[in-house]
Design a protein around this ligand. Structure first.
Ligand SMILES: CC(C)(COP(=O)(O)OP(=O)(O)OC[C@H]1O[C@@H](n2cnc3c(N)ncnc32)[C@H](O)[C@@H]1OP(=O)(O)O)[C@@H](O)C(=O)NCCC(=O)NCCS
Length: 168
């Protein structure tokens, strides 16, 4: 990936909120029937208020191109309240995929959770179980949300070494 790639909190780059809301909406609009485009914006504006807290979002961008995001939320779905907090909204722009950015963003958020002293971090996925297993996540439970079969996975957060925090 190009060395001009930048990683930062959405809170420091609120100019990306609406573009990210568009991308998230396009990616997941068919998944959650109760979720609307205005809600996608509202949630991200809330994330854009926080650094090193919950909720928050970390983004990747290259000058004027948004490339990816990952979020941290108290709850991902209101229906699943027995676990918290959650890594959410992992997304990489299609043309930037398969170059390690998704992996980096997951690791970066796991590091963030370690800094926040979160003992266990959770996520849910439809079809990326193997991707997360390779990153050290383990399957906690199978379930269903909105008629979709999901896997709930979890990890004990650990800090990244300084070298690992850089994206190559
Ligand atoms: C899931 C998603 C975030 C992954 O992003 P990504 O940037 O492609 O992730 P990575 O490049 O780190 O890894 C993807 C694959 O590319 C491989 N890869 C990583 N770097 C690579 C490289 N330099 N060359 C070739 N392959 C590479 C990884 O091993 C991984 O393989 P796997 O899928 O068999 O595990 C992306 O596909 C996406 O946004 N999907 C739509 C939204 C979504 O489904 N989000 C997840 C919700 S649970």
């Amino acid at each position: 990936m190009d060395s001009s790639l930048s990683i930062g909190y959405l809170a420091d780059h609120p100019e990306w909120v609406e573009e990210l809301a568009n991308q998230h909406w396009e990616e997941w609009r068919d998944l959650v029937s109760t979720w609307g485009r205005p809600q996608a914006s509202e949630e991200l504006w809330e994330h854009a208020k926080h650094r090193q807290g919950i909720p928050t979002t970390i983004i990747a961008f290259d000058k004027d191109l948004l490339l990816g995001s990952v979020g941290l939320e108290v709850y991902d779905y209101q229906e699943i309240q027995q676990y918290s907090p959650w890594l959410t909204s992992l997304w990489v722009m299609p043309f930037a995929r398969h170059r390690g950015l998704g992996t980096y963003l997951v690791r970066r958020m796991v590091h963030e959770a370690a800094c926040l002293k979160i003992p266990r971090l959770h996520l849910l996925t439809l079809d990326h179980t193997t991707f997360y297993e390779k990153l050290g996540w383990t399957l906690l439970e199978l379930g269903s949300v909105d008629d979709h079969e999901i896997s709930i996975m979890s990890i004990t957060p650990r800090h990244l070494a300084e070298e690992e925090l850089r994206f190559h």
